[in-house]
Design a protein around this ligand. Structure first.
Ligand code: PLP
Length: 394
């Protein structure tokens, strides 16, 4: 048998995708399973975006494009960064990739060497640590539990930084916790980052638009600390804001030298993202933005329902979030109460097999004792799932 590389053996497959696959498997076998694992909106891609792609196919826009994205899409991204974030980029500072996932992958491959450390607040998006390992660098996890609203403090950040720190990751609003850093909190983190000029910063703004309106306007680390711009990579994409997860378009804005290196990585892996999807992404960014607001109010209504009902269940404690389509309840009480269940992984297994509810165990995000529940499913599904959870909890 083939010996697999040490590199690939050091990482695990995405746990969120695994739970979705298991739910599908059980459903195919005739079991009634409600999936609360989804990492994507349950809304359709808006029609004007689809139409732009259909027109592109008909017009024959079906060949290679520039590796780093069409100039038209880059201009749409530059306009978006100006409009929403007050950031000014030149086309050479923009890279379009096959999803936000590839943006981060390219970044890791472009800047990390063995021995480098990457500071990742936990709970984290499942892919950060593994993509860092694939680049032969070391993730340094900083734990932030519910008692601190899943946000790291400046002191914690300082404690994690060393002269080996090459990259610091900030994801706000966060997958899986739904929490967002305030401007004040970001300014305080920025004060620490200024003392470590060697470290790059990656702000993953994928959930920028899925922020409850009463939480104020979106802010990221460079909007809070403009002097950090020369060493900050802003990562974003159309997947979540426009229900376009299958189109695979993400983008990055940042220092030209790093963008150029990321482009080189991409040129030797995927080349350009799909030509047709790029036209669709351009239509998303340049077209009417009302679709976002409609989705947002549906998510907020479901969020309010789910948080209230979860907190009524014995053994579950759930903080209200700032945004995203996830909630991240503490389920340790339920784990302690159920026979034969010792960990959040075993809880997730028992819930999927016996209660017909699929959620993702917190361990997948570096937070044992918690679970991620996706509210990107119908109200009816959510109510049924909550009934089932309440029944299990007794
Ligand atoms: N960043 C975060 C925090 C995410 O949750 C996701 C998707 O789950 C991504 C990036 C990647 O999104 P994409 O589907 O565009 O690759």
């Amino acid at each position: 048998t083939t010996k697999l590389s040490n590199r690939v053996q050091a990482v695990k497959p995405s746990a969120t995708l695994a739970i979705t696959a298991r739910a599908k498997e059980l459903r195919a076998a005739g079991k009634d399973v409600i999936g609360l694992g989804a990492g994507e909106p349950d809304f359709d891609t808006p029609d004007h975006i689809k139409q732009a792609a259909i027109d592109a196919i008909k017009a024959g826009f079906t060949k290679y494009t520039a590796v780093d994205g069409t100039i038209e899409l880059k201009h749409a991204i530059i306009a978006k960064f100006q409009r929403d974030n007050g950031l000014d980029y030149a086309p050479e500072q923009i890279l379009v990739s096959c999803g936000g996932k590839q943006s981060f992958y390219n970044l890791a491959q472009a800047v990390l060497d063995p021995g480098d450390e990457v500071v990742i607040p936990a709970p984290y998006w499942v892919s950060y640590p593994d993509m860092v390992l694939l680049a032969s660098a070391a993730p340094v996890l900083v734990q932030a539990g519910a008692e601190q609203r899943f946000k790291i403090t400046p002191n914690q950040l300082r404690g994690a930084m060393t002269d080996k720190t090459k990259l610091v990751v900030i994801n706000s609003p966060s997958n899986p916790t739904g929490m967002a850093y305030s401007r004040d909190e970001l300014e305080a983190l920025g004060d620490v980052l200024r003392d470590f000029p060697r470290a790059l910063i990656a702000t993953d703004d994928m959930y920028e638009h899925i922020l409850w309106p009463d939480r104020g306007a979106f802010v990221n680390i460079v909007m809070a600390c403009p002097d950090l711009l020369p060493r900050t990579m802003v990562l974003n994409g159309v997947s979540k804001a426009y229900s376009m997860t299958g189109w695979r378009i993400g983008y990055a804005g940042g220092p030209e030298a790093v963008i150029k290196a990321m482009k080189k990585v991409q040129s030797q892996s995927t080349s350009n993202p799909t030509s047709i999807a790029q036209v669709a992404a351009q239509a998303a960014l340049e077209g009417p933005q009302e679709c976002i607001g409609e989705m947002l109010s549906a998510f907020k209504e479901r969020h309010d329902l789910v948080v209230e009902r979860l907190n009524a269940i014995q053994g579950i404690e759930c903080l209200p979030t700032d945004g995203t389509f996830y909630v991240f309840p503490k389920v340790q009480g339920l784990i302690d109460a159920l026979d034969g269940v010792r960990t959040d992984l075993e809880l997730a297994e028992q819930l999927i097999e016996q209660a017909g509810v699929a959620l993702v165990p917190g361990s997948a995000f570096g937070a044992p004792g918690y679970a991620r529940i996706s509210i990107a499913t119908s109200r009816e599904n959510l109510e049924n799932a909550l009934d089932r959870l309440a029944r299990v909890a007794g």
